[in-house]
Write a new protein. Structure first.
Length: 546
């Protein structure tokens, strides 16, 4: 009980007062449902243009595929089937298919689905009325309605009821990308309708966005939750806002619109630097493929909206405020995590991955963090957030940051200011963190990456006393282990394109190759292998040459 109380204390003490107050209000406040007739729809001469169309999740009239799981919605209870994960049910209520690839060929299905949702989901009841899925659904319904489609009258009425309800249930208890989505929905609804009530929605949404953009987007362009996946989600949200303002010729200050475009530019710069040569995101914190748009899709959207092109990335980029470093040197692309786990008051998508890294060689991923395949509160989710699932060092079997439950963190690691040395033929980055200082041995983990000519050397040092320490190096599933001599700590890896990499471990009695799994998408796990190095002294080094 004492340990649980301490865990809870070290979790709650970082929260902001508004989160605690709003959580209590969210639980207890039950405003009446406003079923008054909806405001009039604002007249617009143009149609919504959707530069990014995601893959359709609708397999047949009532059958959906989300998170690589297929289920049907036929009965009214199917909208909130407790046998399905909450995230799957969230996706069901988003209505993303209204604006997905090939949506024009499914208009009749969509009309039936819209009316069925209204009939099967009475106001405020069930998962679909929670603020986050309500926000995304409001936006998708409006996009569909201004894309040349006619929303049924009962859906227009429901849309007004949903927006009124959302306006009284904004997620100040969560903040972050959830509150951003709430504000975006208010702006969309305020522009879709007209009149005093609609103007109030616009004003509230813009007020929140004014604060949250400054709060959530760091000076280097990174989204403050430090997840490349959610960064891309929020970036697309901001692009949608610029798009809808242009569509309705809204009376939003030109300076405000310019500020949004400048923010988009910075965010694209950040995402471009946090993507591998294959064009897809790196796996730091909660991150997986097929949830967000790619950097190229987002760049095309930005160009469509008149945002200036982002220059190609440089050989060395230090994203100082978010805490990531990108190194391009001698056919290698390294992405180094010297970051905080995220905002202290909002670590829900954090992993215990401090001082981890990912590496591509010759354009192909070689060493990868393990990714995410699910949310919730189970052993798989716990493991995926843990230190042992990332390319870093685990001490005494503990996590560097105390991740627990599905989205909680108690004590967390704080990295030191990195030391960076650059020359013509060498780049060296070193950093330490204090996440293990809470242990009896008061341990500090220090890591150094040295990029040289056709070589990367990683040195790890653990100061303080410890029972055991292990470094993990997870190999991408497409990379084959051609030869192994674990007793001497030598490995030979072969890329799909045929290049051979030599991996040599020093400072350890043995280095083992163990079976593992990589989780590139929700609901997907692929077999891979992991080099596991057990410390026999305070220092080890791993050299990768090609």
């Amino acid at each position: 009980m004492l340990s649980w109380l301490l865990l809870m204390f070290h979790t709650v003490r970082y929260l902001r007062p508004i989160q605690i107050y709003s959580r209590i209000k969210f639980k207890l406040y039950r405003p009446s449902i406003d079923r008054n007739i909806p405001p009039n729809i604002r007249i617009v001469n143009d149609c919504w243009n959707t530069p990014i169309q995601h893959k359709s999740p609708l397999l047949s009239r009532w059958k959906f595929r989300f998170l690589n799981e297929e289920h049907s919605v036929k009965k009214s209870d199917d909208w909130d089937n407790p046998k399905l994960t909450k995230l799957w049910r969230y996706n069901l209520h988003y209505f993303d298919d209204l604006n997905a690839l090939g949506a024009n060929s499914r208009v009749d299905w969509h009309k039936e689905l819209l009316i069925k949702w209204v009939n099967d989901n009475p106001p405020t009841l069930g998962t679909g009325w929670e603020p986050y899925p309500s926000s995304l659904r409001i936006i998708n319904w409006i996009k569909w309605g201004v894309s040349g489609n006619e929303l049924p009258k009962e859906c227009i009425h429901s849309l007004a009821i949903q927006t009124r309800w959302l306006s009284k249930h904004l997620e100040f208890h969560i903040l972050g990308n959830h509150l951003f989505a709430n504000a975006k929905a208010l702006v969309f609804a305020g522009l879709f309708f007209e009149g005093k009530e609609a103007d109030e929605w616009i004003a509230e949404g813009l007020k929140i966005l004014e604060h949250e953009i400054s709060e959530q987007v760091l000076p280097d362009g990174g989204h403050f939750e430090l997840s490349p996946m959610y960064h891309a989600v929020v970036l697309e949200d901001l692009l949608d806002l610029i798009n809808v303002v242009n569509l309705f010729k809204a009376q939003i200050r030109e300076g405000q619109l310019l500020k949004w475009k400048n923010t988009v530019y910075k965010m694209i710069f950040w995402l471009q630097n946090m993507s591998h040569p294959d064009g897809k995101i790196a796996f730091f914190n909660d991150a997986a493929f097929e949830i967000s748009a790619t950097v190229e899709e987002l760049k095309k959207y930005a160009k469509f909206l008149g945002v200036k092109d982002v220059d190609e990335h440089k050989p060395f980029t230090y994203l100082a405020e978010s805490g990531y470093i990108r190194v391009e040197h001698s056919s290698a692309t390294g992405l180094l995590d010297i970051a905080l786990i995220g905002p202290d008051y909002l670590p829900g998508h954090a992993h215990a991955d401090t001082l981890s890294f990912e590496l591509s060689l010759f354009g192909q991923r070689v060493f990868v963090n393990s990714g995410v395949s699910r949310y919730g509160n189970d052993s798989i989710r716990h493991k995926q957030r843990s230190t042992i699932s990332h390319n870093t060092v685990c001490i005494n079997g503990k996590n560097s940051s105390e991740v627990w439950s599905g989205f909680r963190v108690a004590n967390r690691a704080y990295p030191s200011t990195p030391k960076i040395i650059k020359s013509i033929d060498k780049i060296k980055v070193s950093c330490a963190h204090d996440g293990y200082k809470r242990l009896p041995g008061k341990c500090i983990h220090e890591r150094e990456w040295e990029f040289g000519t056709a070589r990367l050397c990683i040195k790890d040092k653990v100061s303080g006393s410890f029972e055991n320490a292990t470094a993990k190096f997870y190999i991408h599933p497409d990379v084959k282990v051609k030869f192994e001599d674990s007793n001497k700590g030598n490995f030979s890896l072969m890329l799909v394109s045929g290049q051979i990499l030599q991996v040599k471990v020093n400072g350890a009695d043995s280095a083992n190759l163990v079976a593992s799994e990589w989780f590139p998408e929700f609901g997907v796990n692929l077999n891979n292998q992991c080099i596991t190095v057990n410390f026999t002294s305070s220092e080890i080094s791993v050299s990768i040459s090609w």
